[in-house]
Design a protein around this ligand. Structure first.
Ligand code: IMP
Ligand code: MG
Length: 176
């Protein structure tokens, strides 16, 4: 079966939106420093672009989690594959994700990170599929709300491919 990628959000649209979120964060955190926590691998492309658009002092850290289960479905059981290097104590933390789908991964992660004593913690996601929500998660900054379709690009993968696309696309399988 061959795949085609249909553009859902163009490179220009994504870049413009990231710039706007960066400006919003810079206003909201005026006079403070933000500590961005990237959830690998998907959040990495978004976080780098976002960090470039934030004008208050920024520090960065990375963590990697894996949810047990198939690639396209989140089981809700999350395992930390790589933990953060730095403590979160007294930091103004923004967790940066590629997408909130069922909300299971994020709800687990926010609970866990919240126990480490940050001064504040917010969630910023490039994409949100609100129709798919199973667990309630408060999202503070959203790039785009999208319909219930499987998307790739800008960090998001289909079987580890397409993360490097500079736009967001929908995978279409054509039968041959
Ligand atoms: P959740 O726990 O169901 O919210 O799942 C979140 C994770 O599932 C994301 O961080 C992605 O890794 C993956 N995911 C959910 N929807 C998509 C999609 O449309 N494309 C690629 N990955 C997705
Ligand atoms: Mg992810």
């Amino acid at each position: 079966m061959a795949e085609r990628i249909k553009v859902l959000l163009s490179e220009e649209e994504v870049d413009a939106r990231i710039k706007a979120i960066g400006e919003q964060i810079s206003r909201d955190y005026a006079g403070r420093q933000v500590h961005l926590v990237c959830v690998l691998k998907g959040g990495s492309f978004f976080m780098c672009e976002l960090a470039k658009r934030i004008t208050v002092p920024v520090s960065l850290d990375f963590m990697s989690v894996s949810s047990y289960g198939s690639n396209t479905k989140s089981s809700g059981v999350v395992r930390i594959v790589k933990d953060l290097d730095e403590p979160l104590k007294d930091k103004d933390v923004i967790v940066v994700e590629d997408i909130v789908d069922s909300g299971r991964t994020l709800s687990y992660l926010l609970e866990l990170l919240g126990q480490r004593g940050p001064e504040s913690m917010r969630l910023c996601t490039l994409l949100d599929k609100p129709e798919r929500r199973v667990v309630d998660v408060k999202v503070d900054y959203t790039g785009f709300e999208i319909p219930d379709e499987f998307v790739v690009g800008y960090g998001l993968d289909y079987d580890q491919r397409y993360r490097n696309l500079p736009y967001i696309g929908v995978v279409e399988l054509d039968e041959e």
